[in-house]
Ligand binder design. Structure first.
Ligand code: SF4
Length: 767
């Protein structure tokens, strides 16, 4: 065996090019890049046939992010990164069993994640037998019985981990959680544990619902839109069309982010010919370059300025009627604001008082405010505090449950919200479990299961021995790469339901399975004929998705059929579910969803409405199902920006050629990076102070409670980023993120605030 497979992507050779970032986003380059990927991977005819159905009624939902579809869809209702996501899945390339016979796992692991992803679609179920380093073909029945044997030999169902990635459809997610609970555990970690779990935890406490309260139409009425810790230009690109329309009608947009992302500076709409010739539409009215994890301070500064104005002109800033009727905890919060000094706020936020006052004046002048956020708020130890500053800010002006106003955590994965709604959550409420038990005549387990971080710990400590992943790239999406790799290697069996090869297939338990599934773009034919599935977007709209391509291989099965196959083989006669009947026609799964999942009554019927249907949201109607029965103000201290000399605070980010752990290409053209990913963005003055020159290779070491982790050979790139702050891409930098560095209450990995130090890479190591 030629050495064990590498858990980390390989170091990069020569070829990195650094250019000036562009001054405007999208436009013709976005069209060209989208076509280059689409035609390059699918060919012109297949590309046209596929993209014409993307995000269309009767078509399929984009496997990219969870930005909603407008009521009136454009002919090309997708963005550059949506086209890339589809091209990745609908590629003409195939990985046949012969490929695995020629390439060992160790050999494959020496290739980059981008290279692995370009190999194409998986076509056959594959098994890695104990002691072997090559996958070999296996029949579906063989795969199901191997998994069943390993699951049934466990001393307890809690020794198994059932992970879900946000691409899984509602129907597959509902069946999966049903199987897992029939098996006897709630170990249902999912990718939202790494992203918006903090939003759910924070909003649940203060608004009584863990989801956003706005609709897409609300953006047509907002006077101001605050965008915190989010880069829509890369991660939710169609949001730019919505922001452009808002900016053009005079709405003020405030971006609060350590990085001034080009897409929030200027945007050329690729589908507005006149736009393509002009200099583009200015988007953000104001950019606040907050330091990493300075959001609590920044928001408290803005609210302190609003309070000053309210005290100058009582009743002109705060919505007193709303505050009286619908909130609790206001006085304690205002006392905290009054007691917090401006010097403390400016020190912790990295902003000037004047900058925060400018943002406050925009808020004061606005009757309807929407606040959007993403990972920049959710991946910190104080993430829940970050988000609850945003709700405090909106509550002061009554901006919840008002048209044109509300909270909008923007989900990064197409159905991550739907999966949780369907029961993919390690601590579902008794009301759900009661209904599930009633519907399927069994007693679901009540003991809470493992989320992602706790699942990794359980595998590492030998408390879990079988891992099944429904989609995703568990190893590369999770923190502390070497620790997670050890955890997976300690399993008896690791199995993945996947469309493409990734690094999680190379870092395995003693045995491993690859279970290749249909993609969103493909026709899903079952006994009852072609089936459609459903998904839920960031704004709680549930709608149908139906592929239009022939499957990439005759051996592929749908996610639902794979779950049913595993369930039948594992549970046998002890199951109370007619799995065959459910997958023969997914309408039966939706009928069961109607009876089990709150808000999903008459699911099949309501899907017939144009665009689908919106799930209920009590906070949107100003019914706050919280401990006080009211929307709650909360008081949180500003986290200190405490770094030792020479240390920096690092955040991991995505490049423009990336979707989560899927690497579409090696460029990040919106930041001037070409043909490379191992870069670290640094403030020019910090570079000088650290004695590092632009372009030099550095090793990054993270520091956490006396522990150190090192990632080697990142190119130092001078960039417009606040002092003592740094940024790198994941998954390359995930090895630096400690498994124990997590957000309070949500247990989300704190990938956006990692304490690091730098050292020049040793010459020998750089040869
Ligand atoms: S904005 Fe998101 S959902 Fe829409 S096409 Fe782009 S990647 Fe897909």
């Amino acid at each position: 065996m030629n050495g064990s497979p590498s858990a980390e992507p390989p170091l990069e050779g020569e070829g990195l090019r650094i250019k000036q970032p562009p001054k405007v986003a999208a436009g013709i380059p976005a069209v060209l890049h989208a076509m280059q990927h689409a035609v390059g991977k699918m060919g012109p005819l297949r590309a046209a046939h596929t993209l014409i159905a993307l995000n269309q009624t009767g078509g399929f939902d984009c496997p990219g992010c969870a930005w909603p579809d407008p009521e009136h869809r454009a002919t090309a209702e997708f963005c550059e990164n949506g086209a890339k996501a589809v091209a990745e899945e609908a590629t003409n390339k195939r990985i046949l069993p012969e490929f695995f016979a020629q390439h060992s796992l160790a050999e494959l692991s020496r290739e980059s994640d981008h290279w692995l992803g370009q190999l194409g679609r998986l076509t056959h179920p594959m098994v890695l037998l104990e002691g072997s380093d090559h996958y070999e073909p296996i029949s579906w029945d063989g795969a199901f019985s191997l998994l069943a044997d390993e699951l049934n030999r466990l001393a307890s169902p809690d020794e198994a981990i059932f992970y879900t990635s946000g691409r899984t459809s509602n129907e597959a997610a509902f069946l999966y959680q049903l199987f897992v609970r029939q098996f006897g555990t709630n170990n249902l970690p999912d990718c939202s544990n790494m992203c918006h779990e903090s939003s759910g935890a924070a909003l649940g406490e203060v608004l009584g619902v863990g989801k956003g309260t706005v609709s897409l139409e609300d953006f047509d009425h907002a006077d101001a839109i605050f965008i915190l810790g989010q880069n829509p230009g890369t991660n939710h690109p169609r949001m730019l069309s919505t922001l452009e329309a808002a900016a053009r009608r005079g709405a003020r947009i405030v971006s609060i982010n350590p990085l001034e992302e080009v897409a929030l500076v200027r945007f050329r709409h690729p589908q507005h010919p006149l736009d393509l010739l002009g200099s583009g539409t200015p988007i953000a009215t104001l950019h606040l370059p907050v330091r990493i994890n300075g959001d609590v301070a920044a928001m408290q500064g803005i609210m302190k300025a609003m309070l000053d104005e309210e005290e100058r002109r009582p009743g002109h800033v705060f919505d007193h009627e709303f505050l009286r009727e619908h909130t609790s905890g206001l006085d304690e919060f205002l006392a905290h604001l009054r007691a917090t000094s401006w010097p403390a706020i400016t020190a912790a936020s990295g902003l000037t008082q004047e900058e925060m006052e400018r943002a406050a004046s925009i808020a004061v002048a606005s009757r309807r405010i929407i606040a959007c956020w993403a990972m920049g708020l959710t991946q910190h130890e104080n993430a829940v505090a970050n988000i609850q500053q945003v709700t405090n800010f909106l509550l002061l002006g009554g901006h919840i449950g008002r048209p044109g106003a509300g909270v909008c955590p923007v989900r990064g994965h197409s159905n991550v919200q739907g999966d949780c709604t369907m029961g993919i959550f390690e601590k579902m409420p008794d009301s759900f479990l009661d209904k599930l038990g009633e519907e399927f005549h069994f007693s679901p387990p009540r003991q809470h299961g493992y989320d992602t971080v706790n699942a990794i710990r359980a595998m590492h400590e030998g408390r879990a021995e079988v891992f099944l992943g429904m989609g995703g790239n568990f190893l590369s999406a999770t923190p502390d790469t070497q620790y997670t790799a050890e955890a997976l290697r300690r399993c008896r069996l690791t199995a993945h339901v996947s469309t493409k090869l990734n690094r999680s297939h190379l870092i395995t338990g003693r045995q491993a399975l690859i279970l290749p599934c249909l993609g969103r773009t493909e026709i899903d034919r079952q006994a009852g004929g072609p089936q459609f599935v459903t998904v839920e977007d960031s704004m709680s709209m549930v709608h149908a998705s139906q592929g239009n391509l022939a499957p990439a291989s005759e051996h592929l099965r749908s996610e639902c059929a794979i779950v049913a196959g595993v369930a039948r083989a594992t549970l046998g006669t002890r199951s109370t579910v007619d799995w065959e009947a459910l997958i023969a026609g997914y309408g039966r799964i939706r009928d069961a969803i109607s009876r089990v999942v709150d808000g999903c009554e008459n699911y099949n019927t309501r899907l017939g409405a144009p665009g689908g249907f919106r799930l209920p949201n009590a906070a949107r109607e100003r019914r706050f199902l919280t401990s006080t029965g009211k929307a709650r103000f909360t008081v949180h201290p500003m986290p200190p920006f405490a770094l030792a000399p020479g240390q920096l605070l690092m955040m991991t980010i995505r490049s423009h050629d990336q979707f989560n752990t899927t690497i579409y290409g090696l460029d990040d053209r919106y930041r001037g990076i070409h043909n490379g990913r191992r870069v670290i963005f640094l403030n020019t003055e910090d570079l000088q102070q650290l004695g590092i020159e632009a372009g030099q290779l550095v090793d990054i070491t993270s520091h956490f409670r006396g522990e150190q982790r090192t990632a080697r050979q990142f190119t130092a790139v001078p960039y417009k980023i606040p002092r003592r702050c740094a940024a790198t891409y994941f998954p390359e930098a995930n090895v630096l993120v400690p498994i124990s560095a997590v957000a309070e209450k949500s247990n989300t990995p704190a990938s956006k605030s990692v304490v690091i130090s730098l050292a020049l890479s040793k010459p020998s190591a750089t040869a």
